[in-house]
Ligand binder design. Structure first.
Ligand code: ATP
Ligand code: MG
Length: 245
């Protein structure tokens, strides 16, 4: 089943007199249990695509369907509720609250939703374990590495058991070792836990962990790269250069 379907998405931005066609007809779908990467240069439309997929912004035309529901037709309020329940979003910046521990940072969305404290503790510990960060549960962000902080942010995004995980350059602030661990983790969430993951990146190394890579150029998908051996960045880079060059 396709958990995410994008149909002929168009999005323009006006900047003074200039009209920027950020997305010029993008269609793609991602099946349950798959990790798909969108790879493109700066300005190719990756973040715009991710924002539309997550209902953070609306297309000028086209349709965004998550778990069979057309989110671009929902009211703002319904779309916000749907996103909180079914979609987890991860950004380059971890956005953790500095005065809270890892455990508390993950618990914040549940506290806001009024879930009883006893149920929160059990769920938070399970999720911290899932992303291999349980041993840092009592640490504040400043006492964790960047990779550990991003795993806490991923735990927070997973807390509501979303079907769809959207990640926008999630390893932009990490060194290559920590970055590779995050790419592996996202791949495991898809393969072993049935999540559907859309990863947008300009890095061939990141994209190499995906089941399929769509190459974005000037707001259009110009080609698709089939699965490679995870970590084989040079093979991805070579195919990318042919498609986007
Ligand atoms: N709010 C906005 N107003 C005007 N132009 C915008 C806006 N958001 C994005 N754009 C433009 O749309 C195009 C696509 O932007 P987008 O952020 O999607 O690119 P990107 O592929 O994520 O780039 P990067 O790798 O640098 O993050 C760019 O030309 C950008 O300048
Ligand atoms: Mg971007």
């Amino acid at each position: 089943m396709a958990v995410l379907e994008l149909h002929d998405l168009h999005k323009r931005f006006r900047l003074g007199q200039e009209i920027i066609h950020a997305l010029a007809g993008v269609s793609l779908s991602v099946e349950a249990g798959q990790m798909v990467a969108i790879m493109g240069a700066s300005g190719s439309g990756k973040s715009t695509l991710l924002h539309l997929a997550g209902g953070l912004d609306l297309p000028d035309s086209g349709r965004v369907i998550v778990e069979g529901r057309e989110i671009n037709r929902m009211s703002d309020r319904r779309r916000t509720i749907f996103r909180r329940r079914r979609i987890g979003i991860i950004f380059q910046t971890f956005n953790l609250l500095p005065t809270l521990t890892a455990r508390e940072n993950v618990a914040v969305p549940l506290l806001v939703d009024g879930v009883p404290a006893s149920r929160i503790a059990e769920r938070v510990d399970r999720i911290l374990d899932l992303v291999h960060i349980a041993h840092r549960a009592g640490h504040r962000p400043q006492a964790m590495s960047g990779g550990e902080q991003q795993r806490v942010a991923i735990a927070r995004a997973l807390l509501n058991d979303p079907a769809l995980i959207l990640a926008d350059e999630p390893t932009g602030n990490l060194d290559s070792v920590n970055a590779a661990e995050i790419w592996q983790l996202l791949g495991q969430l898809a393969r072993n836990h049935g999540k559907t993951v859309l990863l947008v990146t300009h890095e061939a190394a990141a994209a190499s962990y995906a089941d399929r890579i769509h190459v974005l150029k000037d707001g259009r998908v110009v080609g698709t790269i089939d699965k490679v051996e995870p970590g084989n960045a040079s093979l991805v880079a070579a195919q990318y250069a042919q498609l986007a060059g």
